[in-house]
Design a protein around this ligand. Sequence first.
Ligand code: UD2
Length: 317
Amino acid sequence: MTTGARFVVTGGAGFIGSTLVRTLLKRGSVVVIDNLLTGKEANLQEVRGQIEFHNVDIRHAAALEPVIRGADTVFHLAAIPSVPRSIEDPVPSHEVNIDGTFNVLRAAAQGGVRRVVYAASSSGYGDTEVLPKTETMAPLPKSPYAVQKLLGEYYASVFHSCYGLEAVSLRFFNVYGPRQDPTSPYSGVLSLFMKHLLERASPTIFGDGEQSRDFTYVEDVAELCWKASQASGVAGKMYNAGNGNQYTLNRIWKLLQEMEGVDLPARHGPVRGGDVRHSQADTAAAIRDLGHSPRVTIEEGLRRTLEWYRQMEKKAE
Ligand code: UD2
C-alpha cells in the first residue's frame, strides 16, 4: 500500500461498512458512498469529520464515476440485504445488488482503480449436503438475494478476466456486532435477539430453531476486507469470510438468556421462505491466501454487542 492511499467504501454508512471505515482510517483517506436507505449517518458519528461523504445511489452510474475514479481500492458493500426482503420486494434488491454492482465494477475498471473487494454472501451456497462449506462447492441459491449476490461474484471475476480489474469476492457469513440495526422486520437475527433480551421480551424464532449459522463478528470481517485488499495472487477469486463455527439459534438464545440471568422462552413461527438450514464456513483458503485470523469468539462477540445495545438504550432514555 502506498501512504496516502484513497479508499472508497460503498455502503460505508451501513453496519459493516461503518466498521470497515474505522479500520481503513488507520491506513489512508476514506471516501464513503451511501444513499442512506439502510445506512445511517449516525453510524459514522465520531469519524464524520475525517471522511468524505457522498450521498449517492449506486444505481446512478454517472454520479458514481467521479467519486470512484483514481481510488486505490473500492470496498463494495452497498446492497439491499435480506433474504425475505428480496422475496417480498424483489425489484429494488435486484436493481441495487445486480445493476448497482455492475455500475461499481465498471466505474472501477474505467477509473483506474487498483482493486475491488466485493461483499458477497454465504447464501450463495444454499443447502449443501456437506459442512463446512468450501469455495469449490457448486452454488445452489434459494432466494433472489442469493442469486443477486452470486451474480456479483461472477461479474467481479469476469471484470478481472476481461478488463484486468483486480476484483476479489468475500462471502460474508452472518455478520453481527455493534451498529447492526434492530428496528426493521428484515434485521439480522442477532440484533433482534439483543433488542428482545434488553426489553425482556420473547423473540420469534422461525422454525424449530435448530437451523445453524456461522455468526461472525463484524471487526473480524472488516479486518479480512483489509487483508483481501492487500493480498497477492487473489484477483478474480472468491473466499469465505466466516469464523468456521456453527451455532443453532436455540443455542444462541440460551447463551444470551444465561448472560442476562433471565428466562424468556422464544415463540416459534413458520420457517421462512428461502431460508438455508445450516451454514458454516471452511476458512482454510482465506487463512492460507488472505491471512484471515478471526479473533472474536461467539461469547466475547455477544458480550461486546450486548454492551453496545445497552449503551444505546441508556443514551435514548
Ligand atoms: C443471509 C446470509 C448471510 C447474509 C445475510 C444478509 C445465509 C446462510 N446467510 O442471512 O450470509 O448475506 O443473508 O441479509 O444465507 N430468524 C428468526 N427470527 C427472526 C429473524 C430471523 O428465527 O426474527 C431466523 C431466520 O429464519 C434464519 C436465521 O434466523 O434462519 C438468520 O436469519 P437472518 O435474517 O439474520 O440472516 P440469514 O441467515 O437470512
